[in-house]
Design a protein around this ligand. Sequence first.
Ligand code: MLC
Ligand code: AMP
Length: 501
Amino acid sequence: MTNNTLFSLFEARFPADKTQTAFETPDGRRWSFHDLMEQSGRFANLLASTGAKPGDRVAVQVSKTVEAVFLYLGCLRSGLVYLPLNTAYKSAEVDYFLTDASPAVLVCDPKDEQGLKSIAEKAKVQNVFTLDAKGEGSLMDAANDFPAGFETVERAADDLAAILYTSGTTGRSKGAMLTQGNLASNALTLAKAWAFEETDVLLHALPIFHVHGLFVALHCAFLKGNKVIFLDKFDVGTVIENLPKATVFMGVPTFYVRLLGDPGLNKETCRNMRLFTAGSAPLLEDTFNEFTDRTGHVILERYGMSEAGMITSNPYSGKRIAGSVGFPLDNDVRIADEEGNIVADGEIGILEIKGPNVFKGYWQMPEKTASEFRPDGYFITGDMTRKDENGYYRIVGRSKDLIISGGYNVYPKEIESYLDEMPGVLESAVVGRPHPDFGEAVVAFIVKDGTADIDENAITAFVKDKLANFKVPKQVFILEELPRNTMGKVQKNELRTIAAA
Ligand code: MLC
Ligand code: AMP
């Protein structure tokens, strides 16, 4: 190990024989650990040549490719801060992230380059490169001119490795600053807790712009030098086809619901598997039980968030309980009321956490950061939690107004603020309702301004135009007025009842 960075931690654990496969894709392409070292080295050299200095941000909004993973590693190697963006974000959303984070480099899909040019200029982004869904583009062309050798830049545990934007209850997204130390500690914890071995093969179907697909899944594999079967997106048929070649699979609950819908998922297809994990949203007990009946495997549910990586996990060796998220990993946890008073065992409160995995704060939001930490350093997760009689933690709700749809977080406030700007809309309220596929679906309630001539389609189209597709309401209700309590506050519970009916 040359130094103490996250990348060096991985590198020290890569197989001695670098010809071993690091990644393969269903179309027969294959990348060895030697390829990984060379390509990430070229990217690191290219990024350094742009004048970007350690600590500068690299914003990346590209399709899921192995080259994009190598770009992430190139950022880590050159000490740059990786800032991944959901490919579903529209230009207005990207505008906010670029303006807020002022990255030195933007890497986008060639088809978005023209549209993002003026936004990047306005945000004073010095360098724009492209990378497409085939792993080609100006980034690759430029990197090819650089040598593969690169000495990983020394960084301290407290230096930033990544910024992940999470939506905020106020409608303004917050950039969670994750340090080299945060990511390293969580990776080591998970690889150990989930008993990763050198012989594991990870079947990877998650997007790589979030904690789950980027850090949880890939970091475990890197720490054991595993082969990763890398799918460009989740597709039931492709997952089932590749399961027999894999030992580990990680997914959001929607993945498991969809897999169960295919008779091809059975004990035979799962014969080599040793671990299925689920998280990012609650896994229904029915899904958990049906999966065990069908495959003989008990899904291991864990709980986490952008700000802290994985916080709790069901045990690898002990009993995994449906509806529970298991026990705390390497962080201290406590359950407290809104004022921060610890609640009695068995009572519901908000989970607070402290540990090496917990982020450094929100990018350029010191006040917001301070308000989400207790004076003694505990971070307030906003997740309503109960510790049951056997010591298992259960996430029973959220104190934050948040919808989780197919594993993506949607903050109603953001959609409401946008809807309220629509000509003909007097006011709006957005809630979640149970959805058989996505777990929760976004539902909008609208009060029209007078006799404005707008209907459900117009409202949906308005949102679709500017916001990511997963934020588009699956249903719109037009009401005479919104239900309010005596204080004038919109009664979202009443709206949830209407939506669920
Ligand atoms: C797509 N759509 C969604 C959606 N994904 N709508 C609501 N919620 C979602 N999650 C839209 C599509 O744009 C489309 O709209 C319509 O819904 C149907 O699309 P689809 O073809 O069925 O969707 P698909 O492309 O298959 O994507 C679904 C999915 C994807 C479940 C595969 O959403 C996904 O990969 N989710 C994983 C999210 C994730 O990784 N979360 C981890 C966060 S980290 P239209 O109008 O085009 O028809 C985290 C911390 C932790 O939370 O603990 O892990
Ligand atoms: P994100 O901000 O995208 O990282 O989402 C984090 C949020 O997802 C958490 O605060 C929880 O509300 C939710 N979450 C993650 N895992 C689980 C789980 N296993 N059960 C219930 N909620 C979860």
